[in-house]
Design a protein around this ligand. Sequence first.
Ligand code: ATP
Length: 301
Amino acid sequence: MANSPMLAEGLTKHYGDVKALCELDLEVSAGEIFGFLGPNGAGKTTMIRTILDEIRPTAGRSTILGLKSHEDSVEIRRHIGYLPSDITLYPALTGRDTLTFFANLRGGVDWSIVDDLAERLNADLSKKVGNLSSGNRQKVGLIQALMNEPELLIMDEPSTGLDPLVQSEFHRILQEIAAEGRTVFLSSHTLSEVQLVANRVGIIRHGRLVALESLEELRSKAMRKIDLTFSAPVDAASLEQISGVRDVSISGDKATLSFEGKMVELLESLAGRHDVVDIGTREADLDEIFLTYYRDDETDK
Ligand code: ATP
């Protein structure tokens, strides 16, 4: 079997008392767009920097394309494209000079690929990087990561500052890469972005992977939003008693609530208590799903 593009086993990184990464197990498959999700401080950048040997793990192992993160770090760089979250570019160099610099580090580049990417992302490579807006500077960073047609693309918050049109062109590029059997690892705190492009999602919270699923699986587990109409006004407390029910809001004889569990159980509980005249249900969107993983944040710190 071909080597996994990215594999982490028990990967752990502590900064003193701060457990930035805790025994993280993760395997990314060839040809997938993997969305690595979590809010600021969850450990996304630590994971990427550890697996790329920019920082050393406290414990655990990792490989990229079958190569060991630490021992084979130079070889790994030949096969990947990487956009760090805080890419440093020389302000006095133009975009083209910047890309020439990165290309020389990697032993050259096919400029027709660079020109094509610049056109698609609407990047002006003639201006000095220091004079560019942050979004236009980000485009130079994206081209830098994409221009060598890497087998594995690792991007830390790549869409920062991109306008919606450029962002959707960037997503098309990622989808083309995956269609060619190459692999994309996309770190983001933006669910809407991951929802658009990723096949599979890992959610990280306090350095731990709390969910690892396809988008479909994630959605099927989601809480549902339920709209109810009763024959007479009801009080919130009687609905909040039902197992799996939360976020109840009442307006006269109507109620809206979130429900996690088996629908049949909700219907049975409702039927025993109230006269329901109408019921509507809808799937929670990814933002709501995400919140279910983070809801208890305040209590378990
Ligand atoms: P962001 O989206 O803000 O970049 P992140 O998910 O990438 O967030 P990390 O940057 O990996 O999160 O940080 C994870 C945790 O580790 C945070 O609590 C952070 O404060 C801590 N941390 C990161 N780097 C260091 C460091 N050099 N020294 C001490 N603590 C650190």
